[in-house]
Every structure is written in C-alpha cells, then in structure tokens.
Design a protein around this ligand. Structure first.
Ligand SMILES: Cc1ncc(COP(=O)(O)O)c(C=O)c1O
Length: 405
C-alpha cells in the first residue's frame, strides 16, 4: 500500500523547554485572561467539563505509551470546542456595551442573562465569517444573550453547517471566494452598518475580540490540566490549526500551567492549507493562496492569525501537514476501535491529531522528528464531533448514535 502524502518541519525558532512563558507572550494571552474566561464560561447554563478519554489499545497499536483524547463533541450541545470562544467574545462585547452605556464598572454574563439590559442588547448586531463552527458559536452566543446576528459563509461551506448556524436564529449569507474573502467582506459590512465583528482571527488593529475568543478556548486546556492533576503532563500534544487560535491558546495555557514540564507542541494542518507550516519554514507569517480545498473544513485557512503567530512561532516544536486521507482514516479508527477502547465520534477536523500519528506510522522521518517512542504519552485535541452529520455518515458509514450504541 502506498503511503498518503504528509510532511513535517522541525521549527528551528522553537523556544527551549526551559524557557519561561515571559512578559512578551503574557502581553498576548495571560493567566488572568484564562482565569477570567473560565470564571465566566463555567457560570453559563449547561456548562460541564468535556471528557478526557484514554485509548490504550490504539496506543499499543501505534507504539506509544498512552493516547489521550479530549472529546469536545458535547461542548454546550454545539458539537465542538468553538462553543467556548465565539460565544465568550459575544458576551464580552455586550458586557462592555452595557458597562459603557450605564457607567458600570463590571457586568458579568450572569447579569446579562438576567434580562435587565435587554433593550440595549437586542438593538446590537454581531457578525463574522466562518467555515461553520465559529459561526455556530457566535450565533449561539447571540441567541443566549439576546442580540442580532448575521453570519457570512464562503461557497464551499456545506449545507449542514449553514443549517446548524441558522438553527440558532442567525441570518446566514454567502460570499463568493474562500474563507479569507468572507473575513474581508464581514469586516467591510460591519464597518458600514455599525455592527460588531466577532472574529476568531486577528489582523492589524483588531486584537481585543480575537483575544477573548482565544482566552475562551483556554477553558479546554484548563480542564485538561485539572483532569491530569494526579499524573504527569503528556509528552506530546497535537493541536490542529486553521488560523491557529485554538493551537496558540492551548500552547499558551500549557506553558503557563505546566512550565518546563510542558509537552512537545505539534501543530497539524492539511497539506492544502498549511499556513502555520509555511510560516514557520519562512520564519514569518506567510499567506497560502488557492482554494484551500480540504475535507478538514475547520482548517481551510490560508493565513495565520497575527495573535496566534505571536505564540506559535516560538511555541511550536514541529509542524506536520497531512493529506485528507489521514483525516478520514482517523475518523474511521476512532469510530470502530479495537476491543478495549471506547468508540469516539470525531468529525473531519476533530480527529486530526490522530491523523498526524497515522502519518508518523507511515513516514519514518515524521516519527523521528516527532520523537515518538514507546514512552510517549500523547494528547490529542478532539476538537469536534459530527458537526455535519451527513458528511460524518458518508465517511464512517454509520451515524453518531450507531457508532456509540
Ligand atoms: C473543529 C475545529 N477544530 C479546529 C479548528 C481550528 O481552529 P483555529 O482556526 O483556531 O486554528 C476549527 C476552526 O474552525 C474547527 O472548527
């Protein structure tokens, strides 16, 4: 059997493991920011930590000591970790508006939910561009807190993902071109109409809101640190990257909490949208042109977020780019595990950490660069479940409930 394409790059700019997180990075994401996000998000109705699942049989098969999978499928009923970021940023946009309008020092999201500020909130509109999951989170946050919401999608966003956004009462509009075109269109429309862009990607002059999104994502990492408090931290963490907001939030959070014990940090992307990989190779943020066509819908981004880059350029040890075939194989393996491992429902972008391990199984040079061996304890970020149930069934041959039955 021929191996599917995959390649890896060891980052020469990676900070040594003894390096402190430091003031410069703390000016981007900070422990205070992560703590504030945790306090707010854990107060929302329906909050519960997502499971951290051990897959011993898979570990054995892949020649490592342990595989841990943080399963974000159940996050606030939205199917992905994205529920943490966009909705938290919407809450903060509205909190700030209420504070400024009423001259209050602090308003919590609990107070927003009390209904006391509904007149002001219902007159506000939030917007963003999305490949699916971020828009769903913004739409859900808008509905939870009671403001209006318009979401822009590019041409290849599946109908299932559009429907899931509309389900939360947002208006979904299509933009010609790719994700980055939709980002530009949303920004221009918001500027013209006085709406607030709640984007997960930053650009010059636009940092506060994406920073909230990233601090929100940090909840996932904070939970992992608590869930692993009685064991050693993992040796490796695989974070999939689109614009890099998730990867940088997890990297920053583990660096702050685990310090010198932080794991080797590996960023995984599709070969068709490898903007972190290309940027690390060039030593600076580099735009990837083209259709960015990949089944890993959440990762179809051609440009690393400015803020994410400030963490990832020194925080990433190895970048791996993989062919779609590995992402699909990962979904199937997680759905039909060997006896002894629980079945897991991972969407096209959810199983990408495992996809990188599969690439390392097939490519000796990747395994060597990742320093994977029988002692490795690997953490995978299961960032989504079957966020598009139709595509999930096509790939796996079963529905999520059949897989879990
Ligand atoms: C399920 C899933 N995982 C990972 C990512 C990547 O996140 P980021 O764009 O912050 O790198 C996305 C982005 O949409 C996603 O939807």
């Amino acid at each position: 059997m021929m191996n599917s394409p995959a390649y890896a790059f060891t980052n020469p700019q990676a900070e040594p493991s003894l390096s402190a997180y430091g003031a410069k990075r703390a000016g981007v994401m900070s422990q205070d920011g992560f703590d504030a996000a945790f306090a707010e998000i854990s107060s929302w109705p329906g909050y519960a930590p997502t499971p951290l699942v051990s897959l011993p049989k898979l570990a054995q098969q892949l020649g490592v000591a342990e595989v841990l999978y943080k399963d974000e499928r159940g996050r606030f009923g939205l199917g992905s970790f994205k529920a943490l970021g966009g909705a938290y940023a919407v809450a903060n946009v509205l909190r700030l508006k209420v504070q400024q309008t009423h001259g209050l020092a602090q308003v919590s999201s609990k107070e927003l939910l009390s209904g006391a500020f509904n007149d002001l909130i219902s007159a506000s509109t939030v917007t963003c561009a999305t490949d699916g999951n971020h828009g769903r989170s913004v739409a859900w946050g808008a509905r939870l807190f009671g403001c209006k919401c318009v979401i822009y999608v590019h041409e290849t966003v599946s109908q299932g993902r559009r429907d899931a956004i509309a389900h939360y009462g947002a208006e979904v509009r299509e933009v010609k071109g790719n994700y980055d075109d939709a980002v530009r269109f949303a920004a221009a429309t918001a500027a013209a109409l006085g709406w607030t862009v709640v984007s997960d990607t930053s650009y010059p002059g636009y940092r506060d809101i994406p920073l909230d999104v990233m601090h929100g994502y940090g909840v996932m990492a904070s939970e992992i640190v608590t869930q692993m408090s009685s064991t050693q931290p993992p040796t490796h963490v695989f974070a999939q990257a689109g614009v890099g907001a998730l990867a940088s939030a997890v990297c920053a959070n583990f660096w702050l909490q685990w310090g010198v014990q932080r794991p080797l940090f590996i960023v995984t992307e599709p070969t068709q949208a490898d903007c972190v990989y290309q940027s690390l190779q060039a030593g600076q943020r580099t735009v990837v042109e083209g259709s960015l066509n990949t089944v890993m819908a959440g990762l179809a981004c051609g440009e690393v977020s400015e803020l994410a880059w400030e963490i990832l350029h020194g925080g990433t040890n190895v970048a791996v780019a993989i062919d779609d075939a590995y992402a699909l194989e990962a979904m199937q393996i997680l759905a039909q595990p060997q006896k002894g491992d629980p079945p897991i429902v991972a969407g096209e972008t959810g199983g990408v950490g495992l996809a990188a391990l599969l690439a390392a199984r097939d490519h000796a040079n990747i395994r060597a660069q990742l320093k994977l061996d029988a002692h490795s304890r690997v953490l995978l970020l299961g960032s989504e479940g079957d966020t598009d149930p139709v595509i999930y069934r096509q790939v796996v041959g079963k529905t999520a409930s059949e897989v879990l039955a």
